[in-house]
Ligand binder design. Structure first.
Ligand code: C2E
Ligand code: MG
Ligand code: MG
Length: 555
């Protein structure tokens, strides 16, 4: 028998017992009135004048009657206290059902009716209701790096800080995980009030939290929408569901535009979200279907002008979108958790391609910070090297500065283990992050890559020239050779030439190209390991120029 049906039959039995007890008590009272009115005067008379008293049987019946009344009264008292206990238990159950046990906020179930009540209350007059959807940024990392106990504490403190910021009467709910919602009423004539609340929430929650001696900082992204009529479409009735849906879309917009900020919902965001969903589905399907291909950008020794290697740059041959650049799909692949699988596919293809090149040519691959968080990353990479019989000393991995801020300890041990196998490590896009000199000195990088934003402005901006010179002498001091990215023309190349030995890459030498085009280029330079170019260029990957034209046309 199920627990529910057992509970039901217990309750039924209790009710039956209570009815019987109540029946006995009522019968006892009636009997007491009946027998007592006849017997009690006789007893009183017997005491007063010594006349004959009532029959013993009647006296016993009366005593029994009194006992039954006492029993009934006690049962009544028990019943009252049982009802009180039951009421309290029901209250507790309801509170549990409506609140989040960790933070004490409302939960996903209870926020909806509470929001609808606020909307109904604000239906007249100047008041409107604003729904703020909140999602903590990178909370998973806090959990992964510090453990769930610290993660729970971060959620609790964030909720307390939000509660203390909200005006009286506002609602605060934890919708699950690191997702919260605030609902506030405000004067429609002063919507700035909502902006103020959003800014205060972001500012308060992002203050560092000290938990067991660990300082944790967390930011949040917020999406806002309101019941104000001008923000609604024809015949749309604002209710909790609609507000939640729209503020969620605006919150995703905030996530996609740098996090740690808020956005008001706008209709165009819905299309953006649809595109984003299609992108996610397309990427997942594309990874399974092997639609991601490596392109290669030449790396040149600036002194000799010779090709010394290639940087592999991912491209997506999407059946719907054409050739897509990594700036569009890498961040999404990172977020939806397929970056490692995607990257491994590309690296394996790149190893196969590079084995056809002259063995003195190096291969650089970009590695996402998400991959570096995987403690098995270096083992996976070494396994791929072995599988393809690719010499480790021909491989360079490029990591960006953001990787070293996330967990310098893990990055150091990863770098050390890869270096021990002969793999080289470059620090990519150098100058755009916040690496300290101490970090640079403590991490054994083999190369610094000067970000193209500085190189591209050489000759035009005096400041860029000084930064490039400073990075080159920094590399000198740390004994790290440098590569200049983004050499777009002869003038930039000239500006770099006098600054010492370095490698360079950029559109001046050509756009990133497919494996087939690289093979042809190398054949022309006599730089193929295996003679004879496969004439099977049937694989119709468009050139970089063609793909840029395609993307421009689509835009
Ligand atoms: P990155 O590693 O800094 O790669 C250089 C980027 O600069 C490439 O863009 C390249 O096409 C572009 N570029 C090269 N020369 C010039 C130039 O002269 N002028 C200008 N304006 N740009 C130039 P791309 O291919 O769009 O890649 C963008 C970024 O995407 C890369 O920046 C890299 O961080 C990332 N990425 C590419 N492939 C992968 C990958 O397989 N895995 C990961 N995690 N990231 C990748
Ligand atoms: Mg790179
Ligand atoms: Mg770069």
């Amino acid at each position: 028998m199920s627990e529910k049906s057992t509970n039901l039959s217990n309750a039924k039995r209790r009710i039956e017992r209570d009815i019987v007890a109540l029946g006995i008590a009522v019968a006892a009272i009636l009997m007491f009135i009946g027998t007592g009115s006849a017997v009690l005067p006789q007893i009183v008379r017997n005491w007063m004048s010594g006349s004959e008293g009532p029959d013993n049987f009647i006296i016993n019946a009366l005593l029994l009657n009194i006992a039954l009344i006492i029993f009934g009264m006690r049962r009544y008292r028990e019943l009252v206290s049982e009802i009180e206990q039951r009421r309290k238990a029901e209250e507790t159950a309801q509170t549990l059902a409506e609140t989040d046990p960790l933070t004490g906020c409302l939960n996903r179930r209870s926020i909806m009716p509470a929001t609808d009540d606020l909307i109904a209350g604000a239906a007249d007059g100047h008041e409107a209701v604003a729904f703020l959807m909140i999602d903590l940024d990178n909370f998973k990392q806090v959990n992964d790096l510090n453990g769930h106990k610290v993660g729970d504490q971060v959620l609790k403190t964030a909720a307390e800080r939000m509660r203390s910021t909200l005006p009286a009467g506002a609602l605060l709910a934890r919708l699950g995980g690191d997702e919260f919602a605030c609902v506030v009423t405000f004067d429609q004539r002063a919507p700035d009030k909502v902006d103020q609340i959003a800014s205060q929430l972001i500012a308060k929650v992002s203050k560092p939290q000290d938990i067991d001696g660990v300082s944790v900082e967390i930011t949040m992204s917020v999406g806002i929408t309101t019941t104000v009529a001008t923000q609604l479409r024809d015949k749309e009735v604002p209710d909790g569901q609609l507000l939640m849906h729209r503020s969620d879309i605006a919150m995703y917009h905030a996530k996609g535009h740098g996090k740690n900020r808020y956005f008001w919902f706008e209709a165009s965001m819905e299309n953006e979200l649809r595109f984003r969903n299609e992108l996610e589905t397309g990427i997942r399907r594309g990874v399974d279907a092997g639609e991601f291909v490596p392109f290669y950008e030449q790396q040149i020794d600036l002194d000799t002008g010779e090709i010394v290697g290639f940087e592999m740059l991912a491209r997506w041959k999407s059946p719907d979108l054409g050739l897509v650049n990594p700036a569009i799909f890498i961040p999404v692949a990172e977020e939806i958790g397929v970056i490692a699988q995607l990257s491994e596919q590309l690296i394996e293809q790149a190893f196969a391609d590079a084995k056809e090149w002259d063995p003195k040519l190096t291969l650089s691959v970009n590695i996402s910070p998400v991959q570096l968080r995987d403690p098995w990353f270096s083992q996976k990479l070494l396994k791929m090297l072995v599988k393809h019989n690719f010499p480790a000393n021909r491989l360079e991995i490029e990591i960006t500065e953001s990787c070293i801020h996330e967990n310098v300890g893990i990055v150091r041990s990863m770098i050390t283990s890869l270096k021990n196998q002969g793999v080289k490590i470059s620090l990519d896009d150098f100058g755009t992050g916040y690496s300290s000199l101490a970090q640079l000195r403590s991490l054994p990088f083999d190369r610094l890559k000067i970000d193209r934003s500085f190189v591209g402005e050489l000759n035009e901006e005096d400041a860029s020239e000084k930064i490039v010179t400073a990075i080159i002498s920094l590399g000198d001091g740390l004994e790290m050779p440098v590569t200049a990215e983004g050499i777009e023309d002869e003038r930039i190349l000239e500006a770099l030439r006098g600054k010492g030995a370095m490698k360079g890459q950029g559109y001046h030498y050509g756009r990133p190209e497919s494996a087939d085009d690289v093979r042809k280029r190398l054949a022309a330079h006599g730089l193929l390991a295996v003679l004879g170019i496969a004439e099977d260029s049937a694989d119709d990957v468009p050139t970089e120029e063609q793909s840029i034209d395609q993307q421009r046309n689509r835009a």
